[in-house]
Write a protein that binds this ligand. Structure first.
Ligand code: NI
Length: 390
């Protein structure tokens, strides 16, 4: 049984309206200007101290209630480059952009909690409400950290949350240790001697070499990674050739890798390069390999996970907590904040993920039913991590 924070339902019509407004006006990485204005204006109207400019469109609202420890809660504000295919009244007004990951809901829930806590400050200390840009692909969380987020707001802990389709409404999942994977990208360019397709012996074939490399890379998860550890190497692009009867002179392969542990991440990069170098060499093809680290893995710390568990249990009940979920190979740039401060990232059950209700689907829409559950969690978390006000 879900036990909302008393009074939070009164905020539901507002949270819904904010969410629908954000949904109708989605903005992508570092261009969240309208969203940032809306968030800043609301935080100010709740009486919070508002700080703007970190990572450009980032907003931080600070709520103080006497002296005491300081903790940060974080939401993401950005949308995706997806053309929305719903017919909802609040569907996207910005062609090719869509809130298909529920960051509109994350923003609305954290705003709801900020408002509730500003009116009912049962805690002693400070809360920093972080609204970050560019969670998708571009690492707005990293940029905020690099630009001094935790120097400017010296909090002791940081917490995050994501709605999770596939997990029932009224359930939450969290675990100590890795929750989401690292996210890296790579590009391999092969250069050979192009030739007539009927006279392959006169050239060096980048397609044959490239396919051997793709196959060999699949042995990194299966032969180089500990069997109970995890790694993914996915080649997602293979571009070469223009016509039927020419063996092309070059090929470009791109893709992504995922891991949970830094040692595995290092090993994957090293083995990809070694295999590509050796195989290209064996086939007389030149290669250049670029490996770019995007997001580290999202790793929850034990003590803070226990605090998050207590807060979540007060809202959804002990029996509705999944304390050993299978970590996701998806990635999350909250990882950069967790590299600097201990904390916990949780999944909030959002109901069925079927029929286009999954994250990043053009048919997805954040489930408004969970707005008061998520906001209640933030409120209970504030009461759990900070001392009670005298
Ligand atoms: Ni997301």
């Amino acid at each position: 049984m879900v036990e909302m924070v008393p009074g939070i339902e009164k905020l539901l019509p507002d949270m819904k309206a904010w969410r629908h407004d954000l949904h109708a006006h989605p903005e992508t990485a570092f261009e969240e200007h309208r969203t940032s204005d809306v968030v800043a204006e609301k935080l100010a109207s709740f009486g919070l101290e508002v700080h703007r400019g970190l990572a450009g469109t980032g907003v931080v609202g600070v709520l103080r209630n006497g002296d005491g420890p300081a903790v940060a809660f974080r939401a993401d504000m950005d949308a995706l480059h997806i053309h929305e295919e719903t017919n909802l009244p609040h569907r996207s007004r910005n062609a090719g952009r869509m809130h298909a990951c529920g960051h509109d809901g994350h923003t609305a829930m954290l705003l709801g909690a900020a408002r509730y806590l500003s009116e009912n400050p049962g805690f002693q200390g400070s809360l920093a409400f972080i609204f970050q840009p560019a969670e998708e692909n571009e690492g707005g969380g990293r940029v905020m950290v690099e630009q001094g987020l935790f120097e400017k707001f010296p909090v002791q802990q940081v917490y995050g949350m994501h709605n999770w389709p596939g997990l029932e409404v009224g359930r939450m999942a969290l675990r100590s240790g890795p929750m989401m994977a690292s996210y890296d990208v790579f590009e391999l360019t092969l250069t050979g001697r192009g030739t007539h397709a009927a006279m392959p012996h006169l050239g060096t074939d980048v397609i044959v070499a490239g396919t051997q490399i793709v196959n060999a890379w699949q042995t990194i998860p299966s032969r180089n990674t500990h069997p109970v550890d995890a790694a993914v190497v996915s080649v997602t692009q293979f571009h070469a050739g223009d016509t039927w009867n020419v063996i092309p002179a070059s090929a470009v392969l791109r893709g992504t890798t995922r891991t949970f542990r830094a040692e595995v991440q290092d090993m994957v990069e090293r083995r990809m390069r070694e295999l590509a170098q050796a195989i290209a060499g064996a086939f007389g093809v030149e290669m250049s390999f670029r490996y770019e680290r995007r997001y580290p893995s999202t790793v929850n710390t034990a003590a803070e996970t226990e605090l998050a568990r207590q807060a979540a249990a007060r809202v959804v009940g002990e029996q509705a907590l999944d304390l050993d979920p299978m970590p996701s190979m998806g990635a999350e740039d909250f990882a950069f904040m967790l590299q600097k401060r201990p904390g916990c990232y949780v999944w909030l059950g959002a109901g069925s993920n079927e029929g286009g209700r999954n994250l990043h689907s053009p048919h997805y829409d954040f489930n408004d039913e969970v707005l008061p559950i998520g906001a209640s969690y933030w409120v209970r978390l504030a009461e759990t991590v900070l001392p009670k006000s005298a």
